[in-house]
Write a protein that binds this ligand. Structure first.
Ligand code: CA
Length: 239
C-alpha cells in the first residue's frame, strides 16, 4: 500500500498537467491556450507537425491537443508516428473540422483517444482533457514492466530482481520507471531531470547521485548489468 508521503508525492507530481497544443490557426491557438492556462494547465505550442513531433518526443506531456489540418505533416500522421515510431502512450485529443467526418474515424485508427469537432466550446475541451487525464491516471496505476529478471509495478510500488524485492527511494523509483518505460531506448540526462524536477532541477550532481544509487540497488548484487550509461547520450535499461 502507498503511505501518506507517497500519495502526497504523486499529487505534487501531477499537480499541473502539461499540454502540447498543436494548431496552425494563430487566433484559435491563442484563445485555446489562454483558456487552458487559465484552467490551470501548463501549455506548450506547436504550429506544424514536425515541430509538434519534436516537442512531443523531447518532453513528457500529460496530453496533446492535435489539430488534424496542419501544414506539412498533418495531425493524423503526427499521431500515427507518435504511437508507432516513438511508442508514445500520451493521451491525444484530435481537433477536426465539421466536414472532415472521415478524419474522426481515421483519428481512432491512428491511435487518438478522443476528438472534438470545430468550432468547439472551451469548457468542452477542458472536460475532454480532464477525462483522458483521469483515464491515463487509472492506466498509470496499472502500469508494470518486466525486463529480463527485473520487474517494476506502479500500483504496489514494488521492484524485484530475480524474485528478490529491491527497496528504492521515491526518486530512484521514478527514474527506473521512466528508464523501463523507454527501454531499450536511451533517455537523456535532460529528460530524466525534467521527469523528476520539471524545469527547475536542483543541481547537476543530484541526478548523478540518484543514478549511482539506483545502479547500486538494481545491478550491484547481480551478475548481469541492466543499466547502461552511453556517454554524451544518456542512460538506458538493456532489453
Ligand atoms: Ca488547421
Amino acid at each position: 500500500m502507498l503511505d501518506r508521503d507517497e500519495r502526497a508525492y504523486r499529487k505534487a507530481m501531477s499537480d499541473r498537467s502539461t499540454v502540447l497544443l498543436v494548431e496552425d490557426h494563430r487566433e484559435l491557438a491563442a484563445s485555446t491556450g489562454a483558456y487552458l492556462e487559465a484552467a490551470g494547465f501548463l501549455v506548450d505550442y506547436a504550429q506544424d507537425g514536425l515541430n509538434a513531433m519534436h516537442l512531443a518526443v523531447t518532453n513528457d506531456y500529460d496530453a496533446i491537443v492535435l489539430d488534424i489540418g496542419l501544414p506539412g505533416v498533418d495531425g493524423l500522421e503526427v499521431c500515427r508516428r507518435l504511437r508507432r515510431d516513438a511508442k508514445s502512450a500520451v493521451p491525444i485529443i484530435m481537433l477536426t473540422a465539421r466536414d472532415q467526418l472521415d478524419d474522426k474515424l481515421s483519428g481512432f485508427d491512428v491511435g487518438a483517444d478522443d476528438y472534438l469537432v470545430k468550432p468547439f466550446d472551451m469548457p468542452e475541451l477542458e472536460a475532454r482533457l480532464n477525462a483522458v487525464l483521469r483515464r491515463r491516471d487509472i492506466d498509470a496505476f496499472r502500469e508494470s514492466y518486466a525486463i529480463g529478471d527485473l520487474t517494476l509495478d506502479v500500483a504496489t510500488a514494488q521492484v524485484k530482481r530475480a524474485g528478490r524485492e529491491i527497496r528504492l527511494s521515491k526518486t530512484q523509483f521514478e527514474l527506473l520507471r521512466l528508464l523501463m518505460r523507454e527501454s531499450p531506448n536511451v533517455v537523456s540526462r535532460e529528460r530524466l531531470e525534467r521527469h523528476l524536477w520539471g524545469e527547475e532541477p536542483p543541481d547537476s550532481d543530484a541526478l548523478r547521485s540518484h543514478l549511482y544509487n539506483l545502479r547500486k540497488a538494481i545491478d550491484k548484487p547481480f551478475d548481469e548489468e541492466l543499466m547502461e550509461t552511453l556517454p554524451g547520450r544518456g542512460f538506458r535499461i538493456r532489453a
